[in-house]
Design a binder for this molecule. Structure first.
Ligand code: NAD
Ligand code: AHE
Ligand code: ZN
Length: 369
């Protein structure tokens, strides 16, 4: 079949919308019509050429929602008409990682996903006979996309598809990092570095679990009103201080925070986020994604004296078994996705979404097909 898709031909080149060829679902695969997709910083990161796994040409996009149109042989858990969120971390109940109960990092198709192909080693996308890579196993910047059955989460048909794309990455990532990874305790003091959609979801999650103080930190103060609206008790701009930001936070909190989250992808800030944690117990969760060759550093003494450094992917959320429940929380009014959606646009305007995110002017742009 044909589908209109935004092709990333090479790093740092605007996406080009073309009608491309899409092969139908093979065994164990599903064809999904994407209704909306939103732009996450990680798509921009990969387009920048800094992603060691970045492959071109590719159909980017991993934060979306759609409707199952067709299923391949052997697919039993979804059917045409089901509303689904594509999962860049699948959930295969037979995966030893999933069976361990210790992680959401299903490895069943991780290798082929990283190579930009389906589990059988081939791509479903092509343009004038040239193979185009899948991205993160999802490729939601296409009107139609093909995914493995284990890479879709069936959600309530009550969820408005015009908004649900943000449940494909930002919100579960931030909220999940608070609840599943750091397990933030009621009354805790929390520092959130980076107030994009992910940082905002950390703030919202921290408020939901009853954190006492939530300190939002960003070099772009235009993010502060929304951060406060979602639950930040204070917001600070590192540029306004003479001292390093970790020291500022330590001074504000009588020795450091209980939990810090890095939601930027800056290795220097990852160090600050660790070092603003309280001696003896403070825990830093790294969510931001850093470029090829970049490394984190600190004095080991920071860890010896009780601080913890850990990371979180997709908020530790197991997509098929836990994401539908998070969508239900949204539908019950336990949180709102509306504050995250600062812009709505058409597929043709997708490069504007990149420009807005790059300029720090959007939280999430939702692209409607
Ligand atoms: P975003 O671009 O919307 O937000 C980043 C924020 O960081 C911006 O508000 C920016 O002003 C701020 N910032 C930049 N440099 C700063 C500095 N030195 N100090 C303080 N603030 C600074 O991005 P996003 O979509 O919210 O994603 C955030 C990060 O999380 C990215 O690295 C993204 O790739 C990553 N991410 C990871 C996961 C995961 O599962 N681990 C999931 C989604 C996104
Ligand atoms: N490909 C990059 C890493 C990118 C990365 O860390 N991806 C996160 C999700 S970011 C969503 O916005 C993730 O899920 N990682 C787990 C995994 O298995 O990829 C690199 O550095 O190679
Ligand atoms: Zn993302």
């Amino acid at each position: 079949m044909k589908t209109r898709a935004a092709i990333a031909w090479e790093p740092n080149r605007p996406l080009e919308i073309e009608e491309i060829d899409l092969e139908g679902p093979k065994d164990g695969e599903v064809l999904v019509r994407i209704v909306t997709t939103s732009l996450c910083h990680t798509d921009m990161f990969t387009l920048s050429g800094k992603d060691p796994e970045g492959l071109f040409p590719a159909i980017l996009g991993h934060e979306g929602v759609g409707i199952v149109e067709e299923i391949g042989r052997g697919v039993t858990s979804v059917k045409p008409g089901d509303h689904v969120i594509p999962l860049y971390i699948p959930e295969d109940p037979d995966c030893p990682y999933i069976r361990s109960g210790k992680t959401n990092l299903c490895q069943t198709i991780r290798e082929t996903q990283g190579l930009g192909v389906m589990p059988d080693g081939t791509s479903r996308f092509s343009y004038k006979g040239r193979m185009i890579h899948h991205y993160m196993g999802t490729s939601t910047f296409s009107e139609y996309t093909v995914l493995p059955e284990i890479s879709v989460a069936r959600i309530s048909t009550e969820a408005p598809l015009a908004k649900a794309s943000v449940m494909g990455c930002a919100i579960p990532t931030g909220m999940g990092a608070v609840r599943n990874t750091a397990k933030v305790q009621p009354g805790a003091t929390v520092a959130v570095f980076g107030l994009g959609a992910v940082g905002m979801a950390v703030i919202q999650g921290a408020k939901m679990v009853g954190a006492g103080r939530i300190i939002g930190i960003d070099t772009n103060p235009s993010k502060f009103p929304l951060a406060r609206g979602l639950g930040a008790t204070e917001c600070i701009d590192p540029k306004e201080f003479q001292q390093p930001i970790h020291q500022v936070v330590i001074d504000m909190t009588n020795g450091g925070v209980d939990y810090a989250f890095e939601c930027i992808g800056n290795v220097n800030v990852m160090r600050s986020a660790l070092e603003c944690c309280h001696k003896g117990w403070g825990e830093c969760t790294v969510i931001g994604v850093a470029g090829a060759g970049e490394e984190i550093a600190t004095r080991p003494f920071q860890l010896v004296t009780g601080r913890v450094w850990r990371g979180s992917a997709f908020g530790g959320v197991r997509g098929r078994s836990q994401l539908p429940g998070m969508v239900d929380e949204w539908l019950r009014g336990e949180f709102s996705v509306d504050p995250y959606i600062t812009h709505n646009m058409t597929h043709e305007q997708i490069n504007t979404a990149f420009d807005l995110l790059h300029a720090g002017e959007s939280i999430r742009s939702v692209i409607h097909f």
